[in-house]
Design a protein around this ligand. Structure first.
Ligand SMILES: [Zn+2]
Ligand SMILES: [Zn+2]
Length: 877
C-alpha cells in the first residue's frame, strides 16, 4: 500500500550561507584547506603537495625548535596523526602551546572530519585554558559543528569570553542542519537580545529552519527582520526567503519576491521552479522554466532533475521525451543522477523499454540507479522483476539503502515471500536501516499480509517516531488478521498523536463494518465531513460499504445517491442486496444501473449472480451469465462460474451444476468444486459430493474454509471417520478455525464475546439470562431437539463451527439497552441451526427485533420469525 519510489537525493536547494569562514568549508574542500593556512601565514597546500618527499622527511626528524612551529608544520603537511602523537608527548602543555597552534589543529581536524582527534585536541585545550578566545572559540565551534557534535559545540560556546556574529551563525547553522529547528530559532532570538546584528549569512540559516518546520508565521517575522536590517537586496538572503515561502506552501509570496529581484542567479530560478513543483503547480513551474531559457540562463543539473521529477508526477510522456532529448544534447547527460531521474520518469509513465535501456547504458550504476529500477518494477506490478534486479544488485556488490530494502520488501509482500522478507529484515538490522520508518512500515505490511500479525506488532512497537503510514499499516494489518476490535483501539490511540489520512480512515471503516461498530464508524463519518474529506480517495465507497455491511440502508442510500457515476458504488449496494438474499431488489438496481449508463464490470456480475443464487432466481441468473459477453463484453471468469454452480446447486439442480462444470472452457478451481460440494451437502447427494471433495483435496490451495465445508459434508452424512481424518490433517497443517466471536455495540462501545468465555465482568448476569431462556424454551417444549441433542459429535461440530457466541452477545444487549430497542450482533462464523432456533424464540419472548450478521447472511428476527427465509436456512445448516 505504501507507494515507494526512489528519489534522487539532490532535489533540495543548497542553502549554505556563503560565509567565507563557515560555509565554504562545507562546499569546497580544496579551497577551504588553502584558506585555513593562508590565515595562518604558512605554506600553501599546493606547495606541500608538490614536495611530498621533502615534507615527509621533515616530519620524521626530531624537533629541535619550538613545538609550536613543529606542530603547525605537521598540520600544514596534512600529518594529523603525527601531530597528535607529538602533542601528547609534550609533558607540560600549559604555556607551551600557543593559541595559533590549537587553531591550526582544530582546523585540520575539521577538514579531515577527525572526530576522535578533534576531541583529543579539545581536551588538551581544556587542560591549558579556562576561557576561550574569540579566534580559538570560533575555530572549535566550527570544528564541532562540522563533526556533528552539537553538545560540545554548545559547551565551547559557553566557554567563550566573547562572541561575534560568526559564532552565532555557526551554532544556529549547526542546529538547523541537524534538524533542531526550534533550538535554532531560539538561538537566533537570543542573538538578537544579546545585541548582535545579524549578517547576510545569518538569515539563510534561520530561514531554513522556518521552511523545515514549516512555520510560515515565523518566516514572515524573519522576513520583516530582513527588511529592518536592510538585506532585502542581498541575492542569497532573497533566495533563502523564496525557499522558505515555498516550503511553507506560500508560492504567491515567493513569486512576488522573485519578480522583485533586480538580479537573479541560478539558485533563484531553481528555488522558484522547484517551489512550484513541490506545491503541485506544475504548469506554472514549466512556464517559468521556459522563461528561464528566454533570459539566457542555462539550466543546471538541479533544474533538470526537478524538471524530470515534475514530468514524472505529471505523467507527461511527451514532455519527458523532450527533456530526455535536451539532457542528452547537454553535457550533464554524463551525470548519473540525470539518468536516475530519467529511469524514474520512464517507469512512472510505464515505458519499460526506455527505462531499461537507460539503466543498461549507465556505466557506473549507483544505489539510486538500482533502486529506481527495483522500485519502478515493484510499483508497476512486476514484483518478480524487482526481486531479480535486487539479486543482480547484490551480486554487483552494491549495498542497498533504506529505499531499496523497502521496495524489495513490498515485492516480497506481493509474492508472499516471507522467508526472504525475514532475511531482508536481518540485513536492515545489521546495516542500521531498520531505523528508517519506511523500512519498518513495509515490514509491518509484509508480516500482516503473511498472517504474522504478532511480528508486525513487534516491529510497530519498536518504531520511535511512528508516522501516519506506520499507524495505518498496523491498523490494516489487525483488520486483515481478524483483530478488528484491536484495530479500533489502535486507531483511538493514534488520534492522540497523529491526524489520520483517507487511507487510515478507510481501513478503520473496514474494521468497523467487520464487527458492526456503528458508533465508531459514524464518528469517522462525522470526522470526514468536518474535514471536507468526503470525496477523498476510497473514502466515499468505504463509507457506503460500512453502512451497507452494518445493514443501515437509509444512510447507505443517501451516500449512494451522491456517487452514482461510480461503478464501485453500485457494486457495493448490489453486494449488500445479495448478502440479504434480496434478489428482486438487486435486479431492479442492475436495471437502474444500465439506464444510468454506468458500465457494469466483472464484480457487478459476481454480486448479481450471488443475489440470484440466494433468492433461487435460476433462470434470471443464467440469463445474466449469457448476456455478460454478448451484451456487456465481459468474459466470465472462474468466480462467475462458481456463482453459477452455487445458483444451480442451491436450487437442487445438482446434476445440472455438475454438467455445467464439465462443460466449462477452463479448468475448474477449488471454489467451483466447493460450491458443488456445498450443494451436495444441502441436498444430500453423497456420490457427487465425494467427487467434489476429491477434486478439492487434489488442488493446492486448501484454505480453512474448504476444510470446514468438507467436515460439514462428511458429518452431515454421518461419516465420522472422515471428519476425524480431516481434523487430523488440519491440526498437522496448523490450520485453525478462529474461535467463535460475536460483537455488540452498546452506547458506542463494542463488546466482544468469545464462545465459552466467562471473562466479561457481567458474565454471571449474562449466563443467568441465557439459562432463563433455556428454561422457558423447555417449558414451551421447544428445547428437546435443540439444546439436549443426543448426538455428541453433532454438538461438538456446532461448537466448533458456530461457537454459539451470539447468545452471550444478545443476553448482554438485553441487559444493557432499553426495552423495545433493536439489538444488532455480528459474528465471525456461521450461525448454527440451534442458535437460529433459540434466537427466534428469544425475539418472540422479549418482543424485540434482533439482527445478526454471520459470515454469509443477514438475519433479522422478529416475533419468532427470521427474514433469511427460515425454511431454507433450517435445511441448509
Ligand atoms: Zn450456535
Ligand atoms: Zn435467519
Amino acid at each position: 500500500m505504501a507507494a515507494v519510489s526512489a528519489k534522487t537525493p539532490t532535489t533540495s536547494l543548497p542553502l549554505d550561507p556563503q560565509n567565507p569562514q563557515f560555509s565554504k568549508l562545507n562546499s569546497s574542500k580544496s579551497l577551504n584547506f588553502s584558506h585555513i593556512f593562508q590565515k595562518s601565514h604558512l605554506f600553501s597546500v599546493k606547495k606541500t603537495h608538490q614536495n611530498p618527499l621533502l615534507s615527509s622527511s621533515s616530519s620524521t626528524s626530531t624537533p629541535t625548535t619550538d613545538p609550536n612551529s613543529h606542530l603547525i608544520q605537521l598540520c600544514s603537511n596534512n600529518q594529523l596523526e603525527q601531530a597528535i602523537v607529538f602533542l601528547k608527548s609534550i609533558k607540560e602543555l600549559h604555556g607551551t602551546i600557543g593559541e595559533e597552534t590549537f587553531v591550526a589543529l582544530a582546523r585540520i581536524c575539521e577538514f579531515k572530519r577527525a572526530t576522535n582527534e578533534g576531541c583529543e585536541v579539545f581536551s588538551c585545550i581544556l587542560n591549558c585554558m579556562t576561557q576561550l578566545s574569540l579566534r580559538l572559540g570560533n575555530a572549535l565551534l566550527s570544528m564541532f559543528v562540522r563533526l556533528g557534535n552539537l553538545s560540545d559545540a554548545w559547551y565551547v560556546f559557553g566557554k567563550m569570553e566573547e562572541r561575534d556574529v560568526f559564532s552565532w551563525n555557526v551554532l544556529i547553522g549547526g542546529y538547523a542542519k541537524n534538524g533542531y529547528f526550534d533550538e535554532a530559532l531560539d538561538l537566533y532570538q537570543r542573538m538578537l537580545w544579546a545585541g548582535i546584528r545579524p549578517d547576510v549569512y545569518t538569515f539563510p540559516c534561520v530561514l531554513r529552519t522556518c521552511g523545515g518546520l514549516p512555520d510560515w508565521r515565523m518566516g514572515r517575522e524573519i522576513h520583516a527582520h530582513v527588511i529592518r536590517f536592510s538585506y532585502e537586496s542581498e541575492i542569497d538572503v532573497v533566495n533563502a526567503l523564496i525557499t522558505m515561502y515555498v516550503k511553507c506552501g506560500d508560492v504567491g509570496n515567493a513569486r512576488v519576491l522573485f519578480d522583485g529581484m533586480s538580479k537573479r542567479d541560478r539558485i533563484s530560478w531553481n528555488a522558484m521552479i522547484s517551489g512550484y513543483f513541490e506545491n503541485g503547480e506544475f504548469l506554472e513551474g514549466l512556464m517559468l522554466f521556459s522563461s528561464m531559457r528566454e533570459f539566457g540562463l542555462f539550466p543546471d543539473l538541479m533544474t533538470m532533475t526537478s524538471m524530470i521529477s515534475a514530468c514524472e508526477a505529471l505523467g507527461d510522456a511527451i514532455l519527458g521525451r523532450a527533456l530526455h532529448g535536451y539532457v542528452s544534447r547537454m553535457d550533464f547527460y554524463s551525470d548519473v543522477s540525470v539518468h536516475n531521474s530519467l529511469i524514474q520518469l520512464y517507469s512512472a509513465i510505464g515505458n519499460w523499454e526506455e527505462a531499461e535501456k537507460i539503466f543498461d547504458r549507465i556505466q557506473w550504476k549507483d544505489v539510486v540507479s538500482w533502486t529506481a529500477m527495483i522500485s519502478g518494477y515493484e510499483s508497476n506490478g512486476y514484483p518478480e522483476k524487482a526481486i531479480k534486479t535486487y539479486k543482480m544488485m547484490v551480486l554487483e556488490g552494491v549495498m542497498p539503502d533504506e529505499i531499496t530494502i523497502a521496495s524489495v520488501l513490498s515485492a516480497c509482500t506481493s509474492l508472499g515471500l516471507l522467508e526472504m522478507g525475514v532475511k531482508l529484515q536481518q540485513l536492515a538490522e545489521r546495516r542500521g536501516l531498520i531505523a528508517y520508518v519506511i523500512v519498518s512500515n513495509t515490514l509491518i505490511d509484509l508480516y500482516s499480509k503473511c498472517n504474522c500479525i504478532d511480528k508486525a506488532l513487534e516491529i510497530f512497537r519498536r518504531i520511535p517516531d511512528k508516522n501516519v503510514i506506520s499507524w495505518t499499516s498496523i491498523i490494516l494489518g489487525l483488520r486483515i488478521n481478524n483483530r478488528s476490535l484491536e484495530a479500533l483501539i489502535f486507531f483511538r490511540e493514534m488520534t492522540r498523536h497523529q491526524d489520520p489520512n483517507s487511507v487510515t480512515l478507510a481501513s478503520v471503516l473496514s474494521a468497523c463494518s467487520r464487527i458492526s461498530a456503528l458508533m465508531c464508524g459514524k464518528e469517522i463519518h462525522a470526522y470526514v465531513l468536518r474535514n471536507g474529506m468526503e470525496f477523498h480517495g476510497f473514502l466515499p465507497n468505504a463509507l457506503l460499504d460500512f453502512y451497507v455491511r452494518c445493514g443501515r440502508m437509509t444512510p447507505a442510500l443517501n451516500l449512494f445517491n451522491m456517487q452514482k457515476e461510480d461503478v464501485t458504488a453500485w457494486n457495493i449496494l448490489l453486494t449488500g442486496y445479495a448478502q440479504r438474499g434480496q434478489g428482486a431488489l438487486a435486479m431492479e438496481l442492475f436495471d437502474g444501473m444500465i439506464t444510468s449508463s454506468v458500465k457494469p464490470d466483472e464484480i457487478t456480475f459476481i454480486s448479481l449472480l450471488r443475489a440470484c443464487s440466494r433468492s433461487g432466481l435460476v433462470a434470471e441468473g443464467l440469463d445474466y451469465l449469457n448476456s455478460m459477453e454478448s451484451k456487456y463484453f465481459i468474459v466470465p471468469n472462474l468466480k462467475h462460474y462458481a456463482c453459477v454452480v452455487d445458483l444451480l446447486g442451491r436450487a437442487g439442480l445438482v446434476d445440472d451444476a455438475y454438467d455445467f462444470i464439465v462443460s466449462l472452457p477452463v479448468k475448474p478451481d477449488s471454489a467451483i468444486w466447493g460450491a458443488l460440494l456445498n450443494a451436495c451437502r444441502i441436498h444430500r447427494q453423497v456420490e457427487l459430493g465425494d467427487l467434489a471433495a476429491k477434486h478439492i483435496l487434489e488442488t493446492d490451495e486448501r484454505g480453512v474454509g474448504y476444510y470446514v465445508l468438507l467436515c460439514n459434508f462428511y458429518s452431515d452424512n454421518g461419516r465420522w471417520d472422515e471428519v476425524v481424518r480431516l481434523r487430523k490433517i488440519m491440526i498437522e497443517k496448523g490450520l485453525t478455525i478462529d474461535p467463535g466471536c460475536s460483537w455488540i455495540e452498546v452506547k458506542g462501545n463494542v463488546h466482544a464475546f468469545l464462545s465459552g468465555d466467562n471473562l466479561h465482568p457481567q458474565s454471571k448476569e449474562i449466563n443467568a439470562v441465557v439459562e432463563g431462556f433455556y428454561e422457558k424454551m423447555k417449558a414451551a417444549h421447544r428445547s428437546e431437539s435443540e439444546r439436549y441433542r443426543v448426538n455428541e459429535v453433532e454438538d461438538s461440530k456446532a461448537e466448533i463451527f458456530c461457537g454459539h457466541s451470539e447468545r452471550l452477545a444478545i443476553a448482554f444487549g438485553l441487559i444493557n439497552t432499553a426495552p423495545g430497542t433493536p439489538i444488532w450482533v455480528t459474528k465471525n462464523l456461521y450461525m448454527c441451526k440451534s442458535c437460529h432456533d433459540t434466537i427466534k424464540f428469544i425475539s418472540e419472548v422479549v418482543r424485540r427485533e434482533i439482527s445478526i450478521r454471520d459470515t454469509e447472511h443477514f438475519h433479522n428476527f422478529k416475533d419468532g420469525r427470521c427474514t433469511c427465509g427460515d425454511e431454507n436456512y433450517l435445511r441448509e445448516t
